[in-house]
Design a protein around this ligand. Structure first.
Ligand code: RAM
Length: 331
């Protein structure tokens, strides 16, 4: 329980002795995202608000910087400490740069967890991965390889160069390449910072620099849309297949027009729901984050913490012509 809540609880007991029972303060959980204006995080917020409603007496504060930087997130963390929130659930733009600010938050009794994109273990109580990191790494390569029977050049268009999640997926992808996908040639990894304009320019740069490019793999919902738009605009449909991790509602048009054969993702609504559910359990002392702990994520199920207090949710779904329409209505 946070220090603030303990004090409030004590105050409420005192007040109850002298007057009518005090109104309980809601548990304040800040859902801090990499940047605002990203549809993936808006969907996560939908799930976060659902969790708050279901649990009751919970206020979710949805916040994030305007661009996906650690500096922007540090400012926000400091302001959340000043606001005396009960918990911070953050998708990090950098695994290390946020640690001092998050440690300060924990020293003040604020529960800190990371989700989606992790913080180094010393800066949080636990981390929630949407899915197994190695599985995501292999999936993004397979999505390209499935449509390249002869193999060929592929490039990765990532988010920011310090994003914990994308960097871990790219590492995992590089690990499986030589053995499982020997004819896939990864020629470049570039960074669009989860910014549409930068991602568009990086995609154009890849196409200009690598004339034999057969696929662009963007493990970011922002980058994948930018790359597919560039391929569409440059009349490269059928020559370059865009794939990666995409939000069906934003990406359906590129499956429809053939700029992409297939993409993958997990359910961002369930991810946001689970992050808030976990933050609430830890902030109210209903659960403790320690290796081996099995923690409830409400209607989504349960996760088990590993040695580093990290847990992973389910395998990603694949979307193609057969099912993207249906999923595009959900997220
Ligand atoms: C972007 C963000 C997010 C990532 C998704 C797949 O929206 O970078 O962190 O999980 O893509």
């Amino acid at each position: 329980m946070s220090i603030v809540r303990k004090l409030l609880a004590a105050a409420a007991v005192t007040a109850a002795l002298v007057a009518t029972p005090a109104m309980a303060e809601p548990v304040k959980i800040a859902l801090v995202v990499k940047s605002l204006g990203n549809g993936f995080f808006d969907a996560a917020n939908k799930g976060a608000q659902e969790a708050a409603k279901e649990i009751g007496d919970v206020e979710v504060i949805y916040t994030g910087p305007t661009s996906a930087t650690a500096e922007g997130q540090i400012e926000i963390i400091n302001s959340l400490i000043a606001q005396q929130v009960d918990a911070i659930a953050i998708s990090a733009n950098d695994p290390d740069a946020l640690v001092p600010a998050l440690k300060k938050a924990m020293d003040r009794g604020i529960t800190v967890i990371s989700w989606d994109s992790g913080v180094a273990p010393e800066g949080r109580e636990m981390h929630l991965n949407p899915s197994d990191t190695d599985l995501i790494g292999e999936t993004i390569i397979k999505l390209a390889a499935d449509y390249l029977p002869e193999g060929g050049d592929v490039a990765i268009l990532s988010a920011s160069s310090t994003a914990t999640n994308q960097n871990a997926w790219i590492e995992a992808a590089k690990k499986v390449l030589p053995e499982k996908f020997p004819n896939i040639n990864l020629v470049a990894v570039v960074y669009g910072d989860d910014d549409s304009v930068k991602s568009t320019n990086e995609a154009k740069g890849l196409i200009a620099s690598y004339p034999d490019l057969k696929a662009i793999i963007a493990p970011t919902t922002v980058g994948v849309v930018a790359a597919a738009q560039v391929v569409t605009d440059q009349n490269l449909i059928g020559k370059i297949n865009v794939t990666g991790l995409a939000l069906p509602s934003e990406f359906k048009k590129f499956i429809d027009n053939g700029a992409s054969q297939a993409v993958a993702l997990w359910n961002p609504i369930d991810l946001g729901y689970s992050a808030v559910y976990l933050a609430h359990q830890l902030a109210t002392d209903k659960a403790e984050a320690k290796p081996g702990a099995k923690l409830s994520i409400g209607r989504v199920g349960e996760v088990t913490l590993d040695d580093t207090n990290a847990a992973a949710m389910a395998a990603p779904f694949q979307f193609d012509k057969s099912n993207i329409e249906e999923f595009s209505k959900i997220y």
